[in-house]
Design a protein around this ligand. Structure first.
Ligand code: ATP
Ligand code: MG
Length: 371
C-alpha cells in the first residue's frame, strides 16, 4: 500500500474545514456557561450571547467572525426567534453562507442541517426519502424513513440552512410552505401519530440567495411572505477589509503548511486592487472600468492565499505583488475575455502612479498576465 493510501485509510489527514460548532466549540462552551440572559424556547444560547459569538467580544476572548453592522445580527437573530424564516440576500462572496452557519451554530448548536440548493435539488433531499431495502422488506415505517435536513430540524427543534434557495425549481422551493406556516410536515405513507411531524421549539429556516443568480423576485409570493429578508453588503472600508483578508489568509496559509505570514504591503495592494476593480473607482476618485467577474472579499481571501502559496512553495518566501498578477487572472478573467482586457488596462494605467515597492512590482509584472 502506498503512503497516500495509508493516510486515506487510517483517517489521519485532518478535516479541511470543520463546521463552526467544532471550530469554535470552546467559545460556544464558555458563552453557554456564562450565559444568564433569557433564551427563546429551544435555543442553546440567549440572543445576546449568540450575538457576541458572531460579532466577538475581546474581553471575554470571543473572536469576531463576521465583519459588518451588528444591528444586522440583532435583526437576524430576532427573525429566527419569530415564526418567519430568515432570508440572507446579497452579492456573491459577502459571507452570507458563513453568517448562516454561525447563526445556526449559535442558536441550535448545529450548523450541518443544510440543504444545498441547485437545479437538481428534489423534495426528497429536503424532506425525507426511503431506505429501499428496508422499504421493500418491511414497508414504510419510521425505520425505513430517511430523514432529510428539514424533517430533522423540525423534529429536533433546530435551525435548518437552505443554501442558494433560488437556484431550486419553484415547486421544490414551495415544499417549505407548510413547514414554515403550519409548522407541520405530513408523511402520508405512514399511519398514526408518525404521519405528522410537528415542529418543536427552536426550529426555523435560514435561506441564502445571491443577487447574481436567478433572483429572489422569481420566488413565489407565498414563500417570500414567510421570510424576513436581510441584505448582506460588502465591507465598506478598506482598513476593515484589509484586516479581515490578513487574518483569514494568514489562517489558510498556516493550514497549508506555510510558515511565512502574508506581507502587509502586498495585501494592501491586493485589497486596493480588488476594491477598485469591484467598484470601478480608484482610491483617488478616478472612474475606471469595473469587472463583470465577482471581486468579493471571499475572492480576495483566496487570491491572498494563492499569492502566499506561490511565494512559499516556489521561492521559500511570503509572496509579492508580482505573484498577484498570475493569481488575479484566474479570478478576474472568468466571465468574459473583456475582463482580461480591462485588467490589463488597469495594470497599465492605474498602477504606475502609486508610490511603494509593491505597486512598482505589480506594474513590472503586468506582462505575466496570460493571453
Ligand atoms: N463581512 C465578512 N465577514 C467575515 N468574512 C467575510 C466577510 N465578507 C467576506 N468574508 C470572507 O468570505 C468568506 C465567506 O464567503 P461565503 O461563501 O460565506 O459568501 P457567500 O455570500 O455565501 O457567497 P456566495 O453567494 O458565492 O455563496 C469568509 O470565509 C470570509 O473569508
Ligand atoms: Mg454562499
Amino acid at each position: 500500500m502506498s503512503e497516500i493510501d495509508v493516510v486515506a485509510v487510517d483517517g489521519s489527514a485532518s478535516v479541511q474545514r470543520p463546521p463552526a460548532e467544532v471550530r469554535y466549540a470552546d467559545e460556544l462552551r464558555r458563552l453557554a456557561a456564562a450565559d444568564e440572559g433569557p433564551r427563546p424556547p429551544g435555543w442553546v444560547l440567549s440572543l445576546t450571547a449568540a450575538r457576541r459569538f458572531i460579532v466577538g467580544d475581546q474581553d471575554a476572548g470571543i473572536s469576531r467572525k463576521f465583519v459588518g453592522d451588528p444591528s444586522l445580527i440583532d435583526r437576524a437573530l430576532v427573525s429566527l426567534a419569530t415564526s418567519r424564516g430568515l432570508m440572507l440576500v446579497g452579492e456573491p462572496g459577502t459571507a452570507k453562507s458563513l453568517l448562516s452557519e454561525l447563526l445556526a451554530a449559535a442558536v441550535s448548536g448545529v450548523s450541518t442541517l443544510t440543504i444545498q440548493g441547485g437545479a437538481a435539488t428534489t423534495e426528497d433531499q429536503i424532506r425525507y426519502s426511503w431506505n429501499y431495502a428496508l422499504l421493500v422488506a418491511e414497508g414504510p415505517s419510521t425505520r425505513s424513513l430517511v430523514r432529510a435536513p428539514l424533517l430533522r430540524g423540525m423534529a429536533e427543534g433546530r435551525t435548518v440552512r437552505f443554501e442558494e434557495i433560488t437556484r431550486c425549481p419553484l415547486e421544490v422551493q414551495d415544499s417549505l410552505l407548510s413547514p414554515l406556516s403550519d409548522r407541520v410536515l405530513a408523511i402520508p405513507e405512514l399511519t398514526g401519530p408518525d404521519a405528522m411531524v410537528f415542529a418543536r421549539d427552536g426550529f426555523n429556516v435560514i435561506a441564502t440567495a445571491n443577487t447574481r443568480d436567478r433572483g429572489v423576485n422569481e420566488m413565489s409570493a407565498a414563500l417570500k411572505r414567510r421570510f424576513n429578508f436581510e441584505t448582506v453588503f460588502p465591507i465598506p472600508d478598506l482598513q476593515t477589509e484589509l484586516a479581515l483578508v490578513e487574518a483569514e489568509a494568514g489562517a489558510l496559509l498556516r493550514r497549508s503548511g506555510v510558515t511565512a505570514p502574508p506581507r502587509r504591503d502586498v495585501l494592501e495592494v491586493l485589497v486596493t486592487t480588488f476594491r477598485e476593480l469591484r467598484t470601478g473607482r480608484t482610491a483617488r476618485g478616478d472612474a475606471m472600468d469595473r469587472l463583470t467577474a465577482v471581486m468579493s472579499t471571499a475572492e480576495a481571501v483566496s487570491v491572498a492565499h494563492a499569492v502566499g502559496l506561490r511565494g512559499w512553495f516556489l521561492r521559500g518566501e511570503a509572496g509579492t505583488a508580482a505573484d498577484l498578477v498570475s493569481c488575479l487572472a484566474g479570478t478576474a478573467a472568468k466571465d468574459s475575455p473583456e475582463d482580461l482586457a480591462k485588467l490589463r488596462r488597469y495594470l497599465e494605467q492605474q498602477v504606475s502612479w502609486r508610490p511603494g515597492d509593491q505597486w512598482r512590482a505589480l506594474h513590472a509584472a503586468r506582462h505575466q498576465l496570460p493571453g
